[in-house]
Design a protein around this ligand. Structure first.
Ligand code: ADP
Ligand code: MG
Length: 703
């Protein structure tokens, strides 16, 4: 018998939950906190003091020695700077463990080294972190001890957002306000806000840590820069949902426990399509908390892997030739009274509201397909999007046959009166019956799929923050809602107006609907005919943030200023250039100091063999042929290495960020790919005992 895990007890044990707050705070203080959580505003310093003391007491009882403002700068990961609770010693040399309200609500890390895209000149390097009261504080336990983590937003001295969190919170407010206008139009007077809810499925790879440490490319770039394919890949589909190996299972078990302690609802786990690839999905929750929790999931995945002698790879494309990893971002909008705006509902009224919401979302996605694609881009994701891998870089929406048919009827006749499966619509004109949820989720290749009561945005990269995709989704949908509400609120006949508007939006934006195979070449051509953007790389997508359309959208809802957008574009170029530069230098180093020397030693032993065999009077033609082949690839590799060195030197000194990023994409990356070819050929013919780094087969099948 294995020990019994008391999950109910474990869950949230490291979180300063509402329940704990209620137990530990005076009634009025608790009420203040709840009010600000729900309606916004700022805690007074006195109230913050009371909350801080309660938090400190709880943290100390759990062994905490430090606290930190935990934030999400534009590096894609989280940042923290720990402070011990200890105070200045008194005259007798005693210290106290203290934590003030001021320390709780505001931090001032010396943050001059985080990316700011010029927003924060170093002379005013201060950045501020401010407590995000809607995301609970938690305790992190690791080798450094126990640390109280306060989730925060990170801004410049002038209040410009320097993180993933601030714009996300702003966008949630925007979509809430505009969505409320929509539900009010349909008679809902009770809801006081609309919550963007997100469930992000996280894919990852696990490899043996010792083997990982033998590959500089995994250490520095998070992905393999060389590697011939293993004899077996994912063609047998035997890994997907296959039984979980013992070592991986014991990792998953520990991972779940650590996440549950942190209040993360780790729910689903399974093997993914590629060998050594797995997935974890939590239960969906409010978008900003989901974003925090996704960061915790990624961090915890890495940490627990170390304990199990494993390394967790979150890169979008750790291995060429097998599937990469993504993060399916499931998104819906729910009123605080529990109504999901993406649920078709079962009354005619709810049906019409659903159709309006759907029409607005289609419009938003069509108008801002470029922004949505941008929001899912990071350096690693360039290997998936637009690189013949799932999903394509073209944004389209999958609705499912039934719903697509309803849309078609509405567009063609202005009324949807029958259902594909023969059923009848409830009341005839422009209503929609209960949809069969199973019928809506058959397509797996769509970047943006309606799956019953939510949209699943499948483009997001596995290592990326979900902050930006959800900020963008919320923003574009807020805009569409706002425009619809502007028209409908002043309509003389609401029934007629809403019907006309749905028809208009569906007609104008139906080109974004695509239910076929998103990976097929046909679709690329068809999408071009439809005029849908196909933006192939992260740096080509960067500029979409700077268009008049984007600035107008984000400024209108107070999500980004033009200056903030410009700074983000700058950061994207910089990040791209730096990342490719690291990859290029890693390749140069591995080739010069590991691969070429090993191959040269091998040619020496082959040459000696040829001579010895000949001297012994036997036929040495096989050995000689192999020597020829190896020497040939060796020469190619050396030449390709020299080219890469030249292009890297050239790109490294370019001053303009955009020009530099493009030089890395168009020259350095191309030279990297050229170097890889002869090296991978060498790997296939050089003695296994001589090859200096673990192979794909060893990395992905011997976990
Ligand atoms: P899949 O078939 O894609 O695995 P699941 O139903 O398992 O779909 O859901 C995947 C993710 O979607 C989970 O994180 C789940 O909590 C989340 N999810 C389910 N319903 C919603 C919803 N209404 N809004 C947002 N996310 C949701
Ligand atoms: Mg899914």
């Amino acid at each position: 018998m294995s020990e019994i895990l008391n999950v109910e007890e474990i869950f949230g044990s490291n979180v300063f939950t509402l329940r704990r707050m209620k137990e530990r705070l005076p009634k009025n203080t608790y009420k203040d906190v709840i009010q600000i959580m729900e309606q916004g505003g700022e805690l007074s310093l006195e109230t913050a003091d009371v909350v801080a003391k309660a938090m400190r007491d709880w943290a100390l009882q759990h062994g905490a020695t430090h606290y930190t403002h935990w934030f999400q700068p534009l590096t894609g990961i989280t940042a923290e700077k720990h402070d011990a609770f200890v105070t200045h010693p008194d005259e007798e040399g005693r210290v106290l463990m203290d934590f003030s309200g001021k320390e709780l609500i505001k931090g001032e890390p010396d943050a001059s080294s985080f990316p700011s895209g010029g927003l924060r000149a170093t002379f005013e390097a201060r950045g501020y972190t401010a407590w995000d009261i809607t995301s609970p504080a938690f305790l992190k336990e690791d080798a450094t001890g126990v640390t109280l983590c306060i989730p925060t937003a990170f801004c410049s001295y002038k209040g410009e957002a320097l993180d993933e969190k601030t714009p996300l919170l702003r966008s949630m407010e925007a979509v809430s306000q505009q969505a409320l206008r929509i539900v009010r139009l349909f008679g809902d007077q009770e809801a006081t806000k609309v919550i963007a809810s997100v469930g992000a499925e996280q894919e990852y790879f696990l490899v043996d840590r010792e083997k990982y440490l033998k590959r500089e490319d995994l250490i520095f770039a998070g992905r393999t820069l060389f590697g011939a394919p293993a004899p077996k890949g994912q063609e047998l589909e035997d890994h997907y949902f296959g039984s979980i190996r013992e070592r991986v299972g014991s990792y998953m078990k520990d991972l779940n426990i650590e996440l549950w302690k942190l209040g993360v609802t780790a729910k689903t786990q399974h093997n993914e399509a590629a060998p050594a690839q797995h997935e974890l999905a939590p239960i969906y929750e409010t978008a900003n908390i989901a974003a925090d929790h996704n960061q915790l999931i990624m961090e915890t995945m890495k940490k627990v892997a170390e304990r199990h002698g494993l390394a967790c790879l979150l890169h979008e494309k750790p291995f060429a030739g097998v599937n990469g990893s993504g993060k399916h971002n499931n998104w819906s909008l729910n009123t605080d009274t529990g109504m999901n705006l993406l649920d078709p509902g079962d009354t005619p009224n709810a049906n019409i509201q659903f159709l309006l919401v759907l029409a607005c979302i289609l419009k938003a996605v069509d108008v801002h397909a470029d922004l949505l694609r941008q929001s899912a881009s990071d350096v690693g994701n360039d290997h998936r999007l637009g690189a013949c891998e799932a999903p394509p870089a073209i944004i389209s929406v999958f609705l499912g046959e039934q719903l697509e048919d309803v849309v078609r009827q509405l567009v063609e006749t202005g009324a949807a009166v029958h259902l594909l499966d023969g059923g009848k619509l409830q009341t005839g004109v422009s209503t929609l019956p209960d949809l069969d949820k199973d019928a809506t989720d058959r397509n797996r290749t769509s970047p943006f799929a309606f799956t019953g009561n939510k949209f699943e945005f499948r483009m997001v990269g596995s290592s990326d923050s979900i902050g930006s995709p959800n900020t963008t989704l919320n923003a574009i949908v807020a805009e569409a809602f706002c425009e619809a509400a502007d028209i409908l609120e002043s309509a003389e006949n609401f029934e007629v107006a809403v019907h006309d508007l749905i028809k208009k939006y569906l007609t104008e934006h139906q080109r974004i609907i695509f239910n076929g195979n998103g990976y097929a070449q046909d679709w690329v051509e068809e999408a071009e005919r439809r005029g849908l953007p196909n933006i192939k790389s992260m740096i080509e997508a960067a500029e979409t943030l700077n268009t008049d359309k984007a600035v107008k959208l984000f400024e209108k809802f107070g999500i980004f200023t033009k200056v903030e957008l410009e700074s983000r574009v700058e950061i994207l170029y910089e990040t791209y250039a730096k990342t490719i530069n690291i990859e290029a230098l890693t390749m140069i180093d591995m080739t010069s100091r590991q691969i070429l020397p090993a191959v040269i030693r091998y040619t020496k032993s082959l040459a000696e063999t040829v001579i010895a065999v000949k001297e012994a009077g036997a036929d040495a033609s096989v050995q000689a042929e192999l020597l020829q082949a190896v020497s040939g690839y060796l020469k190619q590799a050396k030449a390709a290495l020299a080219k890469l060195q030249v292009s890297e030197h050239r790109a490294a000194v370019i001053k303009d960020a955009k020009e530099q990023a493009f030089a890395y994409k168009d020259e350095v990356k191309v030279a990297m790919e050229a170097l890889r070819v002869p090296v991978d050929e060498l790997e296939k013919i050089v003695d296994k005992d001589v090859w200096p780094i673990p192979t794909y087969a060893e990395l992905t099948f011997e976990v």
